[in-house]
Write a protein that binds this ligand. Structure first.
Ligand SMILES: [Zn+2]
Length: 435
């Protein structure tokens, strides 16, 4: 109950600040005293820094010893805390809730939940993300909730509900036979969790529609079903052809936007790279040729490790064996990409994972698989911001950046799990949680 009250108070404060920001008065000046500052860019933390925030932007960052505190500034003392830029999760689904397979799973959500219910739940998803210090999400499709992500984004931007900055991709694109709902009588025309296209003309048209309605990114499924092959390997069904994907990429790049491609491995992964995808999502089974091509083309890699440890089928069932194999090949894939210097960006697949679970658990997986803690933090701050074309504006604590700032008690470079205990959250210069 106390927890709930505290959150309610935080939300009110957030709304009050959002309202004040629109009143036209001189922008408020806030000063944060940071005991340890991980600024998102530097290789080492900085000790005892003073951050001056004017309105929603960071004005200066200086050594506490010779910092000038502007008259009338509100001072927030985080001198015992570690201060970081607001975190970025680059692979989420705010319209999914980790639907339990034992209770009908994915299909029941689409078949029985009114859109208003899905929107209400998405409102809670985005608040949970913000509470945990994730001030930006790239949400990679609504799973049958149409353009609902545009509405949630508008509600956040207008101050109706608290939530992170959203980069949204609306409906996503796959092919006939390339997405749920499936397994029903062929006579039934079932709704699909993605926009289905066949042929380059339909592919380009779908991208145009989604971009026209406000998609910030286009999401494409380049593989769909997966199973254990006859030699014990992971096989993934490819979906779009290179020609279909090229039409989408060409259209999207023309709008100055990027294409995120779900791809596990094999033919679909290679088509994704040949077709010019900007980011590979999941990349469970990257072979050496794929890694070389990603390096050459500057492709981003969003591995989403944690999601593949959820909802395993029984060990003696084909789906259960497939689930175990997915996780088993993912680890060496991630390690090879890390060693080769592929640009790895933090993403979780939250929504596939219940929003009640810690988003920051992904950091522990990355570090367990050999990524240095500072590298893992940068994958969720400055590197993610670069992928989102927000370099210098998000993911850093530096002059000119948006004032998205979080803090926690411990040292995440010593124990990465500390990132699961964020106690202070500022977004856009407004305190959402904490002091
Ligand atoms: Zn996903």
């Amino acid at each position: 109950m106390t927890h709930r009250l505290r959150l309610a108070a935080g939300s009110l404060l957030f709304l009050a600040i959002a309202a004040f920001g629109q009143s036209g008065a001189a922008p408020a000046v806030t000063v944060i005293r940071a005991g340890s500052l991980i600024d998102g860019k530097s290789d080492q933390p900085l000790r005892d820094r003073v951050i001056v925030i004017r309105g929603n932007r960071i004005e200066s960052v200086s050594d506490a010893a010779n910092a000038k505190i502007p008259a009338g500034a509100t001072v927030i003392d985080l001198s015992k805390e570690t201060v970081l830029p607001g975190l970025i999760d680059s692979h989420t689904h705010i319209f999914l809730q980790g639907e339990d397979p034992a209770h009908g799973g994915y299909d029941v959500n689409i078949l029985t939940a009114p859109l208003a219910l899905r929107a209400a739940r998405a409102t809670v998803s985005v608040r949970r993300a913000l509470e945990q210090g994730f001030t930006t999400l790239r949400d990679v499709e609504t799973e049958g909730a149409g353009y609902g992500d545009i509405g949630i984004k508008q509600a956040i931007e207008a101050g109706y509900i608290p939530g992170p900055r959203l980069f949204v991709s609306t409906r996503a694109i796959s092919t006939t036979g390339g997405y749920m709902l499936e397994g029903y009588a062929p006579e039934l025309d079932m709704p699909k969790g993605a926009q289905i296209v066949d042929g380059p003309v339909e592919a380009r048209k779908a991208a145009r529609e989604q971009l026209d309605h406000g998609a910030d990114w286009i999401k494409v499924y380049m593989t769909h079903r997966s199973w254990v092959g006859k030699n014990g390997e992971l096989v993934s069904q490819p979906t779009l052809t290179v020609e279909e994907l090229r039409a989408i990429v060409d259209e999207t790049h023309g709008w100055g936007k990027k294409v995120a491609c779900h791809a596990y491995g094999g033919i679909g992964l290679h088509r994704a790279l040949d077709g010019g995808c900007d980011s590979i999502e999941h990349g469970l089974d990257l072979d050496d040729a794929a890694i070389a091509q990603m390096l050459k083309q500057g492709t981003w890699y969003v591995p989403t490790l944690s999601a593949y440890y959820y909802d395993w089928g029984p060990a003696d069932s084909p789906s259960g064996q497939r689930d175990r194999l997915r996780a088993a090949v993912h680890e060496p894939s991630f390690k090879k990409a890390l060693k080769a210097g592929v640009k790895i960006v933090f993403g979780t697949d939250m929504g596939g994972i219940p929003w009640t679970d810690p988003i920051a658990q992904e950091f522990s997986r990355m570090v367990d698989f050999g990524m240095p803690p500072m590298d893992a933090i940068q994958s969720a701050t400055s590197r993610a911001a670069t992928m989102l074309d927000m370099e210098g504006k998000l993911g850093v604590i530096a002059p000119g950046a948006f004032a998205d700032i979080i803090a926690l008690h411990g040292d995440p470079l010593h124990n990465i799990k500390e990132l699961e205990n964020v106690q202070f959250v500022m977004k856009d210069g407004g305190v959402f949680r904490g002091k």
